[in-house]
Design a protein around this ligand. Sequence first.
Ligand code: ARG
Length: 472
Amino acid sequence: MAQLWGGRFQGEISELAWKFNASIYFDKRLINADAVGSKAHVSMLAKQGIITNEECEQIKNGLDEILKDVNEGKLQITDKYEDVHSFLEANLIERIGDAGKKMHTGRSRNDQVALDMRLFVREEVKNTAEALYGMLTTLDSIMNDNLYTYMPGFTHLQKAQPVTLAHHLGAYFEMFYRDATRLKDIYSRMNYCPLGAGALAGTTYPLDREYTAQLLKFNGPTNNSMDSVSDRDYLIEFLSALSIIMMHLSRFSEEVIIWNSNEYNFVTIDDAYSTGSSIMPQKKNPDIAELVRGKTGRVYGALNSLLVTMKGIPLAYDKDMQEDKEVSFDAIDTTKNCIILFTDMLKTMKFNKDQMEKSAIRGFTDATDAADYLVNKGVPFRDAHGIIGRIVLHCIDRSIGISDLSIEELKKFAPEFDNDVYEAISLKTCVEKRLTVGAPGPEAMSGSIKINQKLLDEFWTHSEDFEILDVL
Ligand code: ARG
């Protein structure tokens, strides 16, 4: 055991307590962020004359060498150390001696870990937005190719009115675009540097917190040292954004699973994204979509877990907060993988357009338009609704559609029917006449797609929204 805090203790910590307390098993993932943060800290200490320039250089080079050795497998991160912070400091002192002992001047592990998590999460917010951007461009391209691909639109999972594939996927474009903008919001709110808050009450050293924040590409230092070490709101916001992304992906997965069923047969999932059965040779299962739907639970779990962890702890830092890491790492990896895999599955998925169109014709998706036809001929809407309802009942008994009835038969229900009714309730008319903003008519859809493309073009242009962590 190599702890940072032996001085005031007389006895040894129990082995079980040491293991229970240690975070090295999972916070080793923060090693790059920890080194970057330490380099910024010592640069600031040197600028302020708290350590010499030479000591600063020694520390920075020492940290670089440790990182290199870890990356090359020459140095193992073992549970001899309590956490990644102790690992780096102990190894640094071993390598460069006394200068290494000065690295932690004016700093506590409380502001250190707050910084490390922020650096790590900030980068992951950006990576998640990048994955979403891939999903959005994929949706945009499929939408462009399918302005005239008719399919039934559903409510209550009952056929309702015809739409197009472009329109249906356009709904997901909206959801994922909102998700991406949510990430931008989180990024701008979290982009403040907690380093220099010390354990909770700042420090008496003349630290230049603005300078450290600037080196690490933050918008500035955080404004209250107690809040700096105990705030995990940004992480809760991120987990909540990830949960919403997973909720959208899960709904989409559910639809793909239904569309891929033998009964619907709207899509064929590529072999690369399906699996077989060990006993039933004919099976080709949509496992990827099912797993995305299933993994939504663990991301919600992470959000719940952190909310519950944080709800009862007094200011400022408490060790409970160490529990923020494992669940967050898992939720971040899970969501990113799900977005990327789902996007790849979409890119290779075959849409069975004939089957979708056939399905859009059956099931009385033209009933609303038939009622609207009568309204245009002067019948009040409520009466028209009743007339078409009776026609539908009549057709169900005979297993036919409205347009299979002759004009004479239709006239028995309402004398207003004329030969132009067939054209008025054709699938093409039902879709293409829907021209209001946001509707499935191809002209309206082209307008929506133009707006989407503008949003995509502008997504990365405000670079201050997403700074990249290639600092120092
Ligand atoms: N492993 C700790 C965490 O993740 C680091 C901070 C430790 N601070 C302390 N006062 N023990 O929260």
